[in-house]
Design a protein. Structure first.
Length: 398
DNA sequence: TGACGTCAAGATCCG
DNA sequence: CGGATCTTGACGTCA
C-alpha cells in the first residue's frame, strides 16, 4: 500500500521480489520454458515519485546475475503494462504518468543487461468517442518516448477498442512491431473474413531484425465466464489445431492462461520435435495425486497409456489430464488421494501430527471442514520433511 | 458509481 | 488459534 511505501519497506520488498524472480527463472530453465513475462510490480511503485529508492544501483549485481541467467539459458522475457498505462489520454497528467511508467519498464529491462528483443507490450488506450483523433494523439505522444522505450516497444490489439487493423496501421506508421492476440481478435475483430494466420502474417512484416523473433499472444476463452476471460488451462486439442495450421513456426507464442507454467509445459511437450516418454513420466509424477483425487478411471487409463516406453502419446495423455481435472470433486477420491499422500508421513510424523491429521481427516469425512484444510496440512508436512516428490506435485494446486 | 483485470495480502468474523 | 470469507489496492476508461 502507498502509505507503507517507505524506503525500508521498499528495499525489503524489492530484495524479496528479486529472490522470487531468480527462483522462477531457475524453474523455467529446469522446465525448458523459454518465454516469461516479468510482473510490472517487481519494483513496487516503480514509476511513482513516492519510490525514491535508488533501486537500480542498490541491486545492480542482483539484476546482472539474473540477466546473465536469462541470456545464457536463451530465455526471452517481456513486460506488459496494464490497461492503466494510457499514452493517448486527454489528460496531460495521465500521459506523463504513462511515459514515466514506460520509462520504468525500460529501465528495469536495461538493468538486467538484456537486448532489445526482450519486449514491452502496450495497448493503445482510450477512444474518447473519436478514434481517429485518439490514434493521432497516440502517434504524437509516441514521439516523447525515450529511445530505450521505443527499441523495446511492441503494440497489441485489445478486446474492445483497437482491433488488429488499427494496430497494423499504427505499427506501420510508427515502425513498431505489432503483437497479434488471438482472443482479442476473436471478440474485437475488424474483418471476420480473415483468419488468425492472415493477421499473424501481416504482423510478421512489422518485426525487424533487432526485435528478435515475431511474438504472438495465444489464449482461450473461459466458457463459463465473460467474453475475453482467459481459460484456466490451455485445452490441448484446440491449441494443437491452431499450432498445426501455423505455416511459419519460427515465432514465440506467449500463453495467457490462469495455470501459467502448467499449460506452458503442456504445450512445450506437445510440440517438441525430439521427444521421450520420460517427459510424460515426469509430468505424470506431478499430476498423479491430483488425478487420483479427481478420477480413478483416468488414473488407471493414464497408467496404461504410459506402459509402452517407445511411445509418446502426449496428446492422449493431456486429454486424460484435462478430462479428469474437469470432473467434480467427490469425497471418495479426495479421501483416497489424501491417504496416499499421508503415506509419505505415516512412519515419520510425530504423535501430535498423526493425531492432528486424523482429527482433520474425520472432520472432513463428517463434512465439517473442506479438503483444502487437509491439503494445506499435508503441504506443511511435505515442507517440514522435505519430501521432494510431493513438493513438486500439482496435487496441492487443485 | 461500478465494472473491467489481477490476485495475494490484509481484515474480519466464526467457532 | 486456525480456518473461512470478504475486501482491498497503484492505475484510467467507459457505460
Amino acid at each position: 500500500m502507498i502509505k507503507n511505501a517507505n524506503e525500508e519497506n521498499l528495499y525489503d520488498i524489492i530484495a524479496h521480489n528479486l529472490c522470487v524472480i531468480d527462483n522462477t527463472i531457475d524453474y523455467n530453465i529446469k522446465n525448458n520454458i523459454k518465454l516469461f513475462r516479468i510482473s510490472s510490480d517487481l519494483i513496487p511503485f516503480g514509476s511513482n515519485p513516492i519510490n525514491t529508492l535508488p533501486w537500480i544501483e542498490l541491486f545492480k549485481s542482483e539484476f546482472l546475475d539474473i540477466g546473465k541467467k536469462i541470456l545464457t539459458s536463451g530465455m526471452r522475457v517481456s513486460m506488459h503494462p496494464g490497461q492503466y498505462t494510457v499514452l493517448n489520454s486527454f489528460d496531460e497528467g495521465v500521459v506523463k504518468r504513462a511515459i514515466d511508467d514506460l520509462n520504468y519498464h525500460a529501465l528495469l529491462l536495461d538493468s538486467f543487461g538484456i537486448g532489445s528483443d526482450h519486449k514491452i507490450v502496450l495497448h493503445i488506450g482510450g477512444v474518447y468517442n473519436d478514434k481517429k483523433a485518439a490514434v493521432k494523439r497516440f502517434i504524437s505522444n509516441y514521439q516523447y518516448l525515450e529511445q530505450s522505450v521505443k527499441k523495446r516497444l511492441v503494440l497489441e490489439n485489445d478486446d474492445k477498442s483497437y482491433n488488429i487493423c488499427d494496430l497494423l496501421e499504427i505499427g506501420t506508421n510508427l515502425n513498431q512491431p505489432v503483437i497479434f492476440d488471438n482472443l482479442h481478435n476473436k471478440i474485437n475483430s475488424c474483418d471476420k473474413e480473415k483468419n488468425d494466420y492472415y493477421w499473424i502474417n501481416e504482423c510478421r512484416k512489422t518485426w525487424r531484425e533487432k526485435d528478435g523473433q515475431q511474438k504472438i499472444h495465444y489464449s482461450q476463452q473461459d466458457c463459463e465466464k465473460s467474453r475475453g476471460a482467459h481459460s484456466n488451462t490451455i485445452r490441448i486439442n484446440e491449441f494443437m489445431e491452431f499450432y498445426n495450421n501455423l505455416e511459419m513456426k519460427d515465432m514465440d507464442i506467449m500463453l495467457e492462461v490462469k495455470d501459467k507454467n502448467l499449460s506452458a509445459i503442456k504445450c512445450i511437450n506437445s510440440t517438441l520435435k525430439k521427444n521421450d516418454i520420460k517427459l510424460l513420466e515426469l509430468e505424470w509424477s506431478k499430476y498423479k495425486y491430483a488425478i487420483l483425487e479427481k478420477s480413478h478411471i483416468d488414473y488407471i487409463g493414464i497408467r496404461k497409456l504410459l506402459q509402452n516406453k517407445n511411445d509418446y502419446p502426449v496428446i492422449q495423455f493431456y486429454n486424460f489430464i484435462e478430462n479428469a481435472l474437469e470432473k467434480q470433486n467427490d469425497m471418495g477420491g479426495s479421501i483416497n488421494a489424501a491417504l496416499h499422500v499421508w503415506g509419505y508421513f505415516k512412519d515419520i510424523a510425530t504423535i501430535k501430527e498423526k493425531d492432528n491429521f486424523f482429527n482433520k481427516f474425520d472432520a472432513y469425512k463428517q463434512e465439517k471442514i473442506s479438503i483444502k484444510i487437509i491439503k494445506s496440512f499435508l503441504w506443511k508436512l511435505a515442507i517440514k520433511y522435505e519430501q521432494i516428490y510431493l513438493l513438486e506435485s500439482y496435487y496441492f494446486l487443485f
